[in-house]
Design a protein around this ligand. Structure first.
Ligand SMILES: Nc1ncnc2c1ncn2[C@@H]1O[C@H](COP(=O)(O)OP(=O)(O)OP(=O)(O)O)[C@@H](O)[C@H]1O
Ligand SMILES: [Mg+2]
Length: 271
């Protein structure tokens, strides 16, 4: 059975698609068979990222690894709308059941908003990875924090949704969902905010049952890679415009630390 990894956070722009693409290529590089699904049918940024990669491969005659990307709206009859139906949920389940035995990993990118398809995809995941920007505006979706005492917090809207899916999964499938929060776009100058957010999410993690992965700095390179469909792992293989510099070297190390911290049993065997 495939390990289903979902990138989720109802906060838009937190880094779901960027982090998902990096994990996808890291898994491919390790020799895994990876299927990818983009249930953010409106923005379809992961699909665009993957299409850009295909174009770079063709134009530059490169041999970069690619995932098997399933276009769920075009090929699997899932509504391209905000209002999903039970039929859409069934189509998604059927597709995942069909490909489950063919791949080592199924990586799902989701939209930054709530809908029933997104909820159901969370229920289907073995692992949920939630990137958050280093700001209390983002933390609020995980937990509403008391500014006088960060240990006092009540679940935010996204945490409540994940919690609900965890409960369903435990009841129906007798399986747990492993939930990991990763901090993204960390600033190198905003030290006090960084420490406060860290304290708050450490408390929240204990209460809400997520672990915290080491994060990624705020780096221009992430914005440049998308158009070429490349990741930090491809910079050496491609003759494209991605320049190696100290920031890229550090970012690559952050990516390695992130992959390691996920502690996936399949990956640990290969590291
Ligand atoms: N570590 C980073 N440093 C700098 N920019 C980043 C970083 N991670 C992501 N970005 C940029 O931040 C923006 C949002 O990232 P991304 O699209 O991955 O987030 P998302 O959670 O998928 O957003 P949405 O909810 O809209 O789908 C993009 O412009 C991306 O290039
Ligand atoms: Mg996205």
């Amino acid at each position: 059975m495939a390990h289903i990894v979902l990138f989720g956070n109802e906060k838009g722009g937190s880094g779901k698609t960027t982090t998902a693409m990096h994990l996808i290529v890291a898994l491919l590089d390790l020799g895994f068979k990876v299927a990818t699904l983009d249930i953010d049918l409106r923005q379809a940024s992961l699909t665009r990222y993957i299409d850009n990669r295909k174009k770079t491969i063709e134009n530059e005659k490169l041999t970069l690894l690619q995932s098997a990307h399933f276009k769920i709206a075009e090929d699997y009859n899932i509504n391209n709308s905000i209002e999903y139906t039970q039929k859409d949920i069934e189509e998604l389940e059927n597709l995942i059941t069909k490909i489950n035995t063919e791949y080592d990993f199924i990586v799902i990118d989701t939209p930054g908003n709530d809908n029933i398809l997104n909820r159901h995809a969370h229920y289907l995941a073995n692992t949920i990875i939630t990137p958050i920007n280093d700001s209390f505006v983002d933390v609020d979706l995980l937990g509403k924090v008391d500014p006088k005492n960060y240990a006092n917090a009540i679940p935010g809207i996204y945490s409540a949704m994940v919690w609900e899916q965890k409960k369903h999964r435990a009841l129906r499938k007798k399986e747990e969902i492993n939930w990991i929060v990763v901090r993204n776009r960390l600033s190198s100058i905003d030290v006090i905010n960084k420490r406060n957010v860290e304290t708050a999410i450490t408390h929240l993690g204990k209460r809400l049952g997520f672990s915290i992965a080491p994060g990624f700095g705020d780096r221009v390179i992430f914005k440049e890679l998308f158009l070429h469909g490349l990741t930090l792992l491809d910079t050496k293989k491609s003759n494209s415009k991605i320049q190696m510099n100290p920031s890229v070297v550090t970012a690559r190390q952050e990516l390695r630390d992130f992959i390691r911290s996920l502690n996936f049993a399949e990956v640990n065997k290969k590291l």
